[in-house]
Design a protein around this ligand. Structure first.
Ligand code: GUN
Length: 295
């Protein structure tokens, strides 16, 4: 076992954002086009507000116009549908992101299916999910895309690797499975009804923790030298009584065994935002029949 490689998501994300900014600036110079991203937030969930604010700032810093749309928690579904339809028609908007989760009176799948697939920068529309699983060009969901980009910094070749994904959400687990299968990994999905989760995780060359349970993954779950990607963002109260954020991985003991690991914060989180900016730039080009920018 060598020294653990701590994968610096903040650094990789900064480089990607810089590149998106350069290409957006060139696009603007040459065509007058400025990519635009609309974020739609329902209610006042503090974590969602933090995400939306950082998305807005990141857009502005990369030369992408940010449209911040908010609704009260009790908004009617038909009002939200009408807003998404308006954004579909608005020529200034290239990407539409409806922040999830949505309150119980709203059918999230209905809202997602109303988004124009060409503006679906989350890649959550059934049309885009089908394209992802079929290996066709599409919008690759931001967090799974970020995980793959982080993995590629430590794996020249993913082909044949045993990958285990902890969690089967539509946002992370399922689209990540599609990406890893496309990269020729052998993929196992583990979830709340799986028998002997630690035993399956111990077989993983690549372990992705996206279960949303603080420090769930212990050192006993890790194959020596495995790559561990921690998608968790769990608010907890620390021993000093202060609020902090921890991942789904018990970092210190796991880092002692893993070959590579992403920290929380500073791992997957910043990559998600960088990939959202990239998807918005891609959507702006594709909607106008321009070739995909090289990144
Ligand atoms: N909530 C948590 N992650 C995401 C995401 O990637 N996209 C959207 N729309 N909502 C989220």
């Amino acid at each position: 076992m060598g020294r653990t490689n701590v994968i610096d998501g903040s650094k990789l994300a900064a480089a990607l954002r810089q590149r998106v900014g350069e290409i957006a600036a060139q696009l603007h110079r040459e065509t007058g086009i400025m990519p635009g991203l609309a974020t739609v937030l329902v209610g006042e969930d503090p974590a969602s507000q933090v995400y939306i604010r950082s998305k807005g700032r990141a857009c502005t810093a990369s030369g992408i116009a940010a449209f911040d749309i908010r609704f009260p928690l009790d908004v009617a579904e038909r009002r939200l549908v009408a807003e998404v339809e308006r954004l579909n028609r608005d020529g200034r908007i290239d990407g539409i992101l409806v922040q999830l989760p949505l309150p119980a009176q709203i059918d999230a799948q209905r809202i997602i299916s109303v988004i124009d697939p060409a503006k679906d920068v989350d890649g959550f529309h059934p049309f885009n999910i089908g394209r992802l699983w079929s290996g066709l060009p599409t919008m690759v969901p931001c967090t799974p895309q970020g995980c793959l980009r982080l993995l590629r910094t430590v794996h020249d070749e993913l082909s044949g690797a045993d990958a285990v994904i902890l969690g089967r959400s539509n946002i992370v687990g399922k689209p990540l499975a599609a990406l890893l299968v496309a990269a020729n990994c052998t993929v196992t999905m583990v979830h709340s009804r799986t028998k002997d989760i630690p035993d399956i995780c111990r077989r993983a060359d690549i372990l992705i923790a996206a279960a949303g349970r603080p420090r769930m993954v212990g050192a006993g779950w890790i194959k020596p030298d495995a790559s561990v990607i921690d998608v968790g963002i769990n608010p907890v109260v620390g021993p000093d009584g202060r609020n902090r954020v921890v991942g789904d991985v018990d970092y210190e003991p796991v880092a002692a065994i893993a070959g590579a690991i992403t920290p929380v914060p500073g791992g997957v989180g910043p990559m998600t935002i960088a990939c959202l900016l990239l998807n918005t730039l891609l959507a702006a080009c594709r909607r106008r029949g321009l070739p995909d920018p090289l990144l």
